[in-house]
Ligand binder design. Structure first.
Ligand code: SF4
Length: 416
């Protein structure tokens, strides 16, 4: 941010500009204003990735061990599979096994931006303290992590709002609940909020991007859009301003579970309160009643949110609310979230022209009944190919209408 504010165009900005088809000078202004972030730790050599206004909607995939399943290898395999399926970033949410080793292995293996949630490591032995929270943040930044979620919006003020606006499910964010526990048990303020200047110092030293977490995100439709949530965003907006003044790149995370008709208002309000900071969303999940299909409930919300201005979607898998995702769940969640991101991009300023070219290519391949071109244009080539050939019937149309293929009939009529 400092380089661009001096009028220079850093190499990372030039690379992102080329990748996104945007003028480097325009991207420089967006980075300088904090409306686009390029998460990249000073230690890492990765392909730079931009997140924010006028850029394609990006997708993150979460992986991570738990105390019930501690296999570092399987999480590494899931992360690789997610990147192969097109995930732009990976977040390591591990809470079981050797967390340092898991994180370092991921950083060594992947060339995409990697994010973490340092409070998980700080709380791993159950004795959360301010010192442990800052040690975890600093150690992870030193390891080369590119962005971190810190739940600075969960503090005495927002918890007071929660008290006067009771919820069915209370706090459902893991980091949010750990922070609340610390505040309630010690009667001390959230250290990351209280000493935000120190957080900024660490971030600046390591060129770490901050993702201000939505610790008060609603966990069910009934809890959506309450005063506690908006209080959190008012405070996050103030912290975004502070971070920008300090030259630290910052994103904001958003909710959660939300009825479809609330999403646009919510996204626009968050963007307004945080002065256009890149918005990173989990979901929003538009209903609570579909365990096993929550990658779809999240994708529906993701499209609406993306059209309203969300910049970065976190993949949800079919395991959400049920189990630690398998490798197959991660792959499925990645593709479904990419579809949501692309559907939003078809309407997004600055990117819709290029997004529509992809759909146009598919439409042309379909009207030509050119199956190879259709596979090449498919978001998941392997799946499209497998379904097309699974019955072993090789005809130039497909088995859906067979010789009554509407496309072929229509084409022949046009020729006459
Ligand atoms: S057979 Fe039917 S479904 Fe298949 S390509 Fe032709 S019109 Fe489309």
């Amino acid at each position: 941010m400092e380089e661009v504010s001096r009028g220079r165009i850093p190499e990372a900005v030039a690379i992102v500009a080329k990748r996104e088809g945007i003028k480097p000078a325009k991207l420089t202004k967006l980075v300088s204003a904090g409306r686009v972030v390029i998460p990249m730790n000073a230690r890492r050599e990765i392909r730079p990735l931009g997140i924010g206004e006028f850029l394609t909607t990006k997708v993150n995939v979460n992986i991570g061990t738990s105390k019930a399943f501690e296999s570092s290898e399987s999480e590494n395999g899931k992360a690789q599979a997610a990147v192969e399926a097109g995930s732009d970033t990976i977040m390591d949410l591990s809470t079981g096994g050797d967390l340092d080793l898991i994180r370092r292995n991921l950083l060594a293996a992947l060339k995409v931006p990697i994010g973490t949630v340092p409070i998980y490591q700080a709380a791993i032995n159950g004795d959360l303290s301010s010192e442990r929270m800052f040690n975890a943040l600093e150690n992870q930044a030193k390891d080369g992590v590119d962005f971190v979620t810190i739940h600075v919006g969960v503090n005495k003020n927002s918890l007071e709002r929660l008290k006067y606006s009771p919820r069915i499910m209370g706090i459902v964010s893991r980091g949010g609940s750990l922070t609340m526990k610390y505040i309630v048990e010690t009667d001390q303020e959230n250290p990351y909020y209280d000493e935000f200047d120190y957080v900024l110092e660490i971030a600046k030293e390591h060129e770490l991007t901050l993702s201000l977490g939505d610790g008060l995100r609603p966990g069910c439709i009934e809890d959506a859009s309450d005063r506690a949530k908006y209080m959190e965003f008012i405070m996050l907006g103030e912290l975004v301003q502070k971070a920008r003044q300090a030259g630290v790149q910052t994103m904001v995370e958003g909710p959660g579970h939300m009825p479809a008709n609330d999403i646009e208002t919510s996204v626009r309000a968050i963007k307004h309160l945080t002065d256009g900071a890149p918005l990173y969303l989990l979901g929003p999940l538009v209903t609570d009643i579909a365990p096993g299909y929550d990658h779809i409930t999240a994708a529906i919300g993701g499209v609406i949110a993306g059209m309203a201005g969300a910049d970065f979607l976190c993949a949800t898998t079919p395991s959400e609310h049920l189990d630690l995702p398998t490798r197959e769940d991660v792959i499925e969640g990645t593709y479904v979230t990419r579809i949501a991101a692309h559907a939003a991009d078809l309407n997004k300023m600055g990117v819709k022209k290029r997004a529509r070219e992809w759909d146009l290519e598919m439409a042309k391949a379909r009207v030509d009944l050119d199956w190879e071109r259709q596979f090449r244009a498919a978001i998941n080539q392997r799946l499209a190919r497998q379904i097309r050939h699974r019955r072993g019937v090789e005809i130039d149309t497909c088995t859906m209408c067979s010789d009554l293929c509407a496309i072929r009939i229509g084409r022949e009529l046009v020729k006459k």
